[in-house]
Design a protein around this ligand. Structure first.
Ligand code: NDP
Length: 499
């Protein structure tokens, strides 16, 4: 039973006694993470201070308190990191037998599992995501990617039979702030399994798990220079991807920056994969099991505060069930617990950074101004930190900003449809094409919808399921190339015996 509109907010015991219907605080201990006051970069197996002598601060989004100072790289640091990666590629990693590379990857996977609680707490502290998600999704999936790609490292000729798979060389990887450790794993695990070396730049608001990962590399005795981590602003990311000695560029983040990188790399022989934004439709037919569909819709948009490129941010619900569905969805929203990311009962944590919070608030205001009807549960928000209430909009027109633009926050726009053809038309009416969801009990309808939806991933009767064996990526403004599975390995290989 939830705390819906009809639900009591306390248990009556008779004699006037009441037991409040509230969760007690259940904070995860944060002392498993030992933070130093400063972190240098990780270049050629060593922690190095920035040549610029400049540092920036990483902040806890739930409290706005500083966590640690982080090195601000300059272009010379980028040169050093790429140079270290090139030497490691030539001297050790590029020529190492796959079964030896696999041992290092297995070791990294095991260490991540051994240190899983520490990484989960760190990820919630630096990123604002609920501990139950970093503990149960981010960290286990990050380890799973290393396990999975470790298994392929000595089997590349079986993965691509009758070809001669060779690594590309040095990979430049730029990752965002919504899944810092998981995006690192998506990028580093296949690159290393294929025999490449890497220079990775994490987002400036969430650099800590990458810097702790540097320690995992040391613990695993990874040869120096195979993984290098540089920290600094976007312009350093651009200098990295433009570096002439980089062979492969992999980026996840906004479509705007993806386009800048695309332009910067155009005309070179660098390989490129871009995983960008999304505006996914989660389509619910009138024969779908309603309770499950409601859970799927909630998970689709409120997982990780909606800061998910493949979030189901547009609910397309069949008109015949729209009214009861939306009522029950509102009830369910009123049970979501917003607050301290380190509390094990929290469903919706802090928004990652102040700029993102401002962007969400601006788009919510635009939704109201454009005439959509807003619903927000009456939950209390913490006095400090960057928080926003789960938000649902009905009466949303197809052309409104909240139906077209990626909000990247816990904001759901509801649109109705009558026929499958109308659902397809509306779902595909977006510049993006990353993911979609279909809820129906008819298998034939699922197959029909999947073949007509222009989305890289379509979930049927579920949403936001990830698996290292499954390729993930988009169409149109959501980018190109696939990560995960054999497709993800292919992005780091030349199948014709070297370039
Ligand atoms: P960005 O795309 O700016 O950041 C992603 C990464 O790219 C970060 O490491 C960033 O560094 C780096 N970067 C920024 N500018 C450049 C550049 N010119 N060249 C190379 N690298 C660069 O995302 P934002 O943080 O600005 O978020 C803005 C919007 O992007 C969000 O509101 C959301 O809509 C979308 N987004 C989508 C994501 C996805 O997974 N598809 C993830 C994150 C955001 P730094 O952090 O130092 O700026």
């Amino acid at each position: 039973m939830g705390r819906g509109t009809d639900a009591p907010n306390s248990w009556a015991l008779g004699d006037g006694q009441q037991i409040p219907w509230e969760y007690a605080p259940a904070p995860e201990a944060r002392d498993i993470v030992q933070l130093r006051s400063r972190y240098g970069m990780f270049i050629n197996g060593k922690e190095v201070a920035p040549r610029s002598g400049q540092w920036f601060t990483s902040v806890d989004p739930a409290t706005e308190e500083p966590l640690a100072e982080i090195a601000r790289a300059d272009v010379e640091d980028v040169n050093q990191a790429v140079g270290a990666a090139r030497r490691a590629f030539r001297r050790t990693w590029g020529e190492m037998h796959g079964r030896e590379r696999a041992k290092y990857l297995f070791r990294i996977a095991r260490i991540l599992q051994e240190r899983s609680r520490e990484f989960a707490v760190l990820e919630s502290l630096d990123g604002g995501k609920p501990i139950k998600e970093s503990r149960d999704v981010d960290v286990p999936l990050a380890a799973a990617h290393f396990w999975y790609y470790a298994g392929w490292a000595d089997k590349l000729e079986y993965a691509f039979p009758a070809r001669d798979p060779r690594p590309l060389g040095v990979a430049a990887q730029v990752i965002p702030w919504n899944f810092p450790l998981l995006m690192l794993a998506w990028k580093i695990a296949p690159a290393l399994a294929a025999g490449n070396t890497v220079v990775l730049k994490p987002a400036s608001s969430t650099p800590l798990s990458a810097l702790f990962f540097a320690d995992v590399c040391r613990q695993a005795d990874l040869p120096p220079g195979v993984v290098n981590i540089i920290t600094g602003p976007g312009e350093i990311g651009l200098a990295l991807v433009q570096h002439p000695d980089v062979d492969k560029v992999a980026f996840t983040g906004s479509t705007a920056v993806g386009k800048t990188i695309g332009r910067a790399v155009a005309g070179t022989d660098k390989a490129l994969t871009l995983e960008l934004g999304g505006k996914a439709a989660n389509i619910v037919f009138d024969d779908a099991p309603m309770d499950q569909a409601i859970e799927g819709v909630v998970n689709g948009i409120f997982f990780n505060q909606g800061e998910v490129c493949c979030a189901g941010s547009r609910l397309l619900v069949q008109e015949s069930i729209a009214e009861p569905f939306i009522e029950r969805l509102k009830d369910r929203l009123s049970t979501l617990r917003v607050g301290d990311p380190l509390d094990k009962n929290t469903d919706v944590g802090a928004i990652n950074n102040a700029a993102q919070l401002a962007k969400i608030e601006e788009l919510v205001e635009a939704g109201v101004a454009e005439g959509a009807e807003m619903y927000q549960p009456a939950c209390e928000l913490p006095a400090r930190g960057w928080f926003v209430r789960p938000t649902l909009f009905t009466n949303v027109s197809q052309s409104s900003r909240i139906a077209q633009e990626e909000i990247f926050g816990p904001v759901l726009s509801v649109i109705t449809f009558r026929t499958p053809a109308e659902a397809i038309e509306k779902a595909n009416n977006t510049p993006y094409g990353l993911s979609a969801g279909v809820w129906t009990e008819k298998g034939s309808r699922i197959l029909n919808m999947v073949s007509r939806l222009r989305a890289g991933v379509v979930w049927a009767n579920t949403f936001n399921r990830f698996d290292p064996t499954s390729p993930f990526g988009g169409y149109k403004e959501s980018g190109f190339g696939r990560e995960g599975g054999l497709h993800g390995l292919l992005a780091y290989l030349d199948l014709d015996g070297g370039r």
